[in-house]
Design a protein around this ligand. Structure first.
Ligand code: COI
Length: 351
């Protein structure tokens, strides 16, 4: 792998780190050219790069990304949580966007080398991690609407704390009935740039009313709960843990998958099925809605304290985290931080 040394060292940030505000000194890159494949895996200084303004990523958003985290271990080492799952999902997203697949082994090797080089940037405090952002963007300067013949794959790193600005406080969600994030046959299950751009308007309107995020409904009927945009969503209703089934318009979250495994192993009644917003509202009214929480790499396992739907505020558990939410948070973070055994082999040691 090519290595280009840095002539600078950025100062390390002090807490609170927030999310995605600081970036380390180095990045990993590789480039694709039609007829040649993915070439030139390199570690180089993370400095601004310039592109022709005709570059297709700026016009047609042919790009995908991922989110992972590296965690400090009790022995001073470093581990990444389930990176193989992220590489697999990234290649699936790439396929959907007509981006050529990459070699997952090369990406993993690049990531591990980058992490070893940047190990000093992994924060130490509770709830912190080194966030890993791999992405692929179309880099050919051309305005015709077709797949690019050139791409840049990169990985940048960011020391992070809590995703939501308010610490571990339960989140407030606004059910969105006008805009939609994804639709049948669309790109909802791919982690592609456009999915996030379309969510911004609703997110901004919700934030102005004091909400953290919107809860998206299905596009066809505006009836079934889908996801939150930065998290998958779970409800505990009358003892059953329910999360929307992956119907094509929902991101197949890796924290979601991990939580489902933990719940099933511990004997909880779990279902992945369609769940209507009316079912959630009725459960909240009758007292059957015991817990609600979101899962995601950035969000981890985040309790939901309030859901507003059609002007009515449904408060979940008096706005406090429930037992199952807390158990999942403790188990997932315990495995990530090396404080609990790792029976599934989810921790990938890098150091
Ligand atoms: C993640 O959880 O890694 C995400 O990608 C969600 C968001 C920060 C875009």
């Amino acid at each position: 792998m090519k290595f280009v040394p840095c002539s600078f060292r950025k100062p390390k940030p002090t807490p609170p780190l927030g999310f995605g505000r600081y970036f380390t000194d180095y990045m990993f890159t590789m480039r694709y050219r039609e007829g040649e494949g993915w070439l030139e895996p390199s570690i180089e200084p993370n400095v601004p790069v310039s592109f022709d303004l005709a570059t297709s990523i700026f016009h047609y958003a042919q790009g995908v990304f991922e989110g992972m985290k590296a965690f400090r271990q009790p022995d001073g080492g470093l581990a990444v949580f389930r990176p193989d799952e992220n590489w697999k999902r990234m290649n699936n997203s790439a396929d959907r966007l007509c981006i050529p697949r990459f070699d997952e082994g090369v990406a993993e090797e690049g990531l591990e080398e980058l992490l070893r080089l940047e190990r000093e940037w992994v924060p130490e405090g509770k709830g912190t991690a080194l966030y890993i952002r791999p992405a692929i963007i179309a880099t050919r300067p051309a305005l015709g609407v077709h797949a690019s013949s050139e791409y840049l794959f990169f990985i940048i790193l960011s020391p992070v704390g809590n995703y939501f600005g308010h610490g571990a406080e339960p989140t407030k969600l606004l059910v969105e009935e006008n805009f939609c994030r994804a639709f049948p046959g669309g790109t909802g299950e791919a982690k592609c740039l456009g999915n996030y751009a379309v969510s911004l308007k609703a997110g901004e309107l919700a934030a102005r009313q004091g909400f953290d995020q919107v809860l998206w409904l299905d596009a066809a009927e505006r009836k079934y709960v889908e996801e939150v945009g930065s998290m998958n969503i779970f409800f505990v209703i009358g003892g059953e843990v329910v999360t929307p089934a992956l119907v094509g318009s929902i991101l197949p979250g890796i924290t979601r998958k991990s939580c489902l495994s933990i719940l099933r192993e511990r004997g909880y009644r779990v279902s992945e099925r369609r769940i209507s917003i009316d079912e959630v509202a009725e459960a909240a009214e009758s007292g059957a809605l015991e817990e609600a929480f979101g899962t995601g790499t950035a969000a981890v396992v985040a309790p939901v304290g309030l859901i507003r739907y059609r002007g009515h505020d449904y408060v979940v558990r008096d706005g406090k985290a429930g037992k199952i939410t807390q158990m999942l948070y403790d188990t997932v973070t315990g495995i990530q931080n090396g404080l609990l055994p790792d029976p599934h082999g989810w921790r990938r040691r890098v150091l």
